[in-house]
Each structure stands twice: as structure tokens, then as C-alpha cells.
Write a protein that binds this ligand. Structure first.
Ligand code: FES
Length: 272
């Protein structure tokens, strides 16, 4: 059963898996885990486009080889698709070089990766995460980061900040969670729209699934098992990405999800 993901504790170094479903019918298992020494070259490769456009600070290949121990990666199908560097400064950790490979942009894997980092830090006893953002402030705001004074960083780190870059410091509390999807459900508030019913709700982390979110708001959706077994609550995703909190046992066709075991990864439009 995929529910094993819920008992995994980030920080053990074994990787936390999430099964995601996209509106285009794509289904992928993504894994958040520590980077391996041999993956420094791949991390450099996926970072290059963002260094070239100024979103990330320029770092050469040697940097990634020398600091590979600070990196966590997102992997799918055996390929590294995203990375985040993490430096600890006592009760504050800095996230840096956060990026997702260009082929995986826009489908929520970056959100899951940052959520996974926040859960990992919480498991390590670090209560706060900060980062410098030049071009992605709105994206980090959607994950609960707010502008803050970087003065909590040590002087040795602050002297390396180049004010000409114009990057803003942002921070937020870390989060207790079993895996990246659990963490994301606690920090983000995506919209969930039910197209045929003309209803839309904000995810606030208080419901356990999209089915429960609908029910709490007065919608009636057919269901039986509430455990991903019978298939009764199946519906098509029109737009967005959803994640499964449990392994689905019922057969669904590409682009469909079982609402009783689904949480939103991005804004979602469901056919119902
Ligand atoms: S209610 Fe049975 S699979 Fe959702």
C-alpha cells in the first residue's frame, strides 16, 4: 500500500514518495531525498538555465561537487528533476539554488520539493526557513513565505550578500509533516473548483481529501469506501495536479482521480 509514505519521517534519508496525477493524464511518482555524490553534475545541469537568466546566483560545476552534502533532490523515474540546497544556521536554515528542471515546470513538483524541505527541517529541530528570492517572490508567497529582515543570518553569511542583485529575504516556519504532500497541504491554500457544479473552495488544510472538502461545503459526491478501493468517487481532472495520500486500489483511466484519497498540489479544476 502506498500509505507507507505517510509513516515515513523526513530526515531519515531514505526518501519520501508522492504519487501525483496531472490533467494531461500524466501520472508520476516523485521522491524527495538527499542528493547522491554522483548527482552533482545533474544538479549543475538543471540549474544552468536559471543561472543564465539571473534567477539563481551563478555557481560553477565545482561548487555543486564541493557542496553536494547540502542538497536534497526531487527524483522521478530514476532522474533528478529538481534540487534545493540547505544551509543550517542554528535555529534558521537557508534554502538556496531552488529549481526544477524545465521539463517539469508548472506541475507542482517545485511546491512539493519546498514543502518536503520544510518538513525535513522540522524533523531536524529547525523551526524557521529563509531564502533570498530575486524573481520568484510571488511563488514563495503562495507557500507562506513573507518578507523578513535577513538580520537573523550570521554576519559571515550576510557579508556574502550582493545588494546589487536586488534579492529579497523571505522566511516562514518549518512544518511537522510525514511527507511532502502532507507538508504542502498544511502550508498552501490552492483553489479547488468543481466545474459542473459551479462551486469553488479554498483548501485550508482542515479537510483530509478533496471529497471531504466538498462535503464540508455542502456538496454531495457519490462515494462508498472512502479508501480508494471502490472507484465510486472517481472524477476527471480538467486542470492542475493532484496528489494521492494513499495507494489507489481502484482502476482509473488517465486523467482521472479518486477524490476520497486526493489532495491538491496546485489549483485544481475537477469535472464534477
Ligand atoms: S469512495 Fe471508494 S474509491 Fe473513493
Amino acid at each position: 500500500m502506498f500509505s507507507e509514505t505517510r509513516v515515513h519521517q523526513p530526515g531519515t534519508g531514505t526518501g519520501a514518495r508522492v504519487l501525483v496525477m496531472r490533467a494531461d493524464g500524466g501520472r508520476a511518482e516523485v521522491v524527495f531525498r538527499p542528493a547522491a555524490a554522483g548527482e552533482a553534475g545533474r544538479i549543475f545541469q538543471i540549474s544552468q538555465p536559471f543561472m543564465a537568466n539571473g534567477s539563481l546566483i551563478e555557481r560553477d560545476r565545482r561548487f555543486f561537487y564541493g557542496n553536494i552534502g547540502e542538497f536534497q533532490v526531487m527524483e522521478s523515474g530514476g532522474e533528478v528533476i529538481g534540487c534545493v540546497g540547505i544551509r543550517g544556521f542554528g535555529t534558521l536554515a537557508e534554502l538556496y539554488n531552488v529549481c526544477i528542471s524545465t521539463g517539469w515546470q508548472g506541475c507542482g513538483t517545485g511546491r512539493l520539493m519546498v514543502a518536503g524541505a520544510l518538513a525535513l527541517l522540522h524533523a531536524r529541530g529547525i523551526p524557521c526557513a529563509g531564502l533570498f528570492s530575486k524573481t520568484t517572490g510571488a511563488w514563495f508567497t503562495s507557500l507562506g513565505f513573507t518578507r523578513a529582515d535577513p538580520g537573523r543570518l550570521p554576519a559571515t553569511r550576510l557579508t556574502l550578500v550582493d545588494p546589487r542583485r536586488g534579492a529579497a529575504f523571505m522566511q516562514r516556519p518549518t512544518v511537522a509533516a510525514a511527507d511532502p504532500l502532507d507538508a504542502l497541504s498544511k502550508i498552501a491554500t490552492p483553489r479547488v473548483r468543481f466545474a459542473r457544479s459551479h462551486r469553488e473552495f479554498r483548501w485550508d488544510g482542515s479537510a483530509s481529501s478533496v471529497l471531504e472538502l466538498a462535503e464540508r461545503n455542502g456538496m454531495e459526491i457519490e462515494h462508498l469506501c472512502r479508501a480508494g478501493i471502490c472507484g465510486t468517487c472517481c472524477s476527471r481532472i480538467i486542470r492542475g495536479t493532484a496528489g494521492y495520500i494513499d495507494e489507489p486500489d481502484a482502476d482509473v483511466t488517465a486523467g482521472e482521480v479518486l477524490l476520497c484519497i486526493t489532495q491538491p498540489v496546485t489549483d485544481l479544476v475537477i469535472e464534477r
